[in-house]
Design a protein around this ligand. Structure first.
Ligand SMILES: CC(C)(COP(=O)(O)OP(=O)(O)OC[C@H]1O[C@@H](n2cnc3c(N)ncnc32)[C@H](O)[C@@H]1OP(=O)(O)O)[C@@H](O)C(=O)NCCC(=O)NCCS
Length: 148
């Protein structure tokens, strides 16, 4: 957990009780998919059972202002690679260091868990944000969308 008292910002572990707010935050700020309310308990318990995940939320004035997730993959040659996914900051909280604080926390956690690199895919309009967090462009990201 990290706190920035001056900004009233805390970055802490995601817990099951955060799940509905985080799902709504991602749907409103990243991509529109939202699972059904009745599915949430099963989804969050399966999610939290994964040992290879670091999940954080940023809390500002008692409300969840952002979320970010790190998935740690083990390669066949024994290397650990962290992959950042589902980073979003509430529209009303952007530009105040919330995203920066969450990414810094995930980078620290990836280092602590022995990752030798961290990867992510982002749109061109977020390149500057990640560059300021220490990332550099590295090749071209590709994907196949199997299900939207
Ligand atoms: C991208 C996003 C997470 C940034 O979060 P944020 O809390 O607004 O970012 P911060 O306030 O921590 O910004 C940190 C620095 O990056 C800069 N920055 C943030 N977003 C930027 C952007 N899109 N382009 C250029 N610079 C940006 C800020 O100005 C700040 O610079 P400074 O250190 O010189 O002051 C947020 O805009 C967001 O949720 N966007 C919609 C969802 C999304 O695209 N997620 C990313 C998926 S890869």
């Amino acid at each position: 957990m990290t706190t920035d008292a001056a900004a009233g910002l805390e970055v802490r572990d995601f817990v099951a009780a955060d799940h509905p707010q985080v799902v709504a935050l991602l749907a409103a700020n990243l991509s529109p998919f939202e699972p059904g309310t009745e599915e949430l308990p099963v989804i969050v318990s399966a999610f939290l059972e994964q040992a290879h995940v670091e999940a954080v939320v940023a809390v500002s004035s008692g409300r969840i202002a952002g979320c970010a997730f790190l998935f740690i993959n083990e390669t066949v040659r024994g290397g650990r690679i962290g992959q950042i996914e589902d980073v979003a900051v509430d529209m009303n909280c952007r530009g105040t260091g919330v995203g920066r604080a969450m990414i810094a926390q995930l980078v620290d956690r990836a280092k602590a868990r022995g990752c030798y690199k961290i990867i992510l895919a982002c749109s061109s309009n977020n390149v500057a944000f990640y560059q300021k967090a220490g990332f550099t462009a590295d090749g071209t990201s590709m994907s196949i969308l199997i299900r939207s």
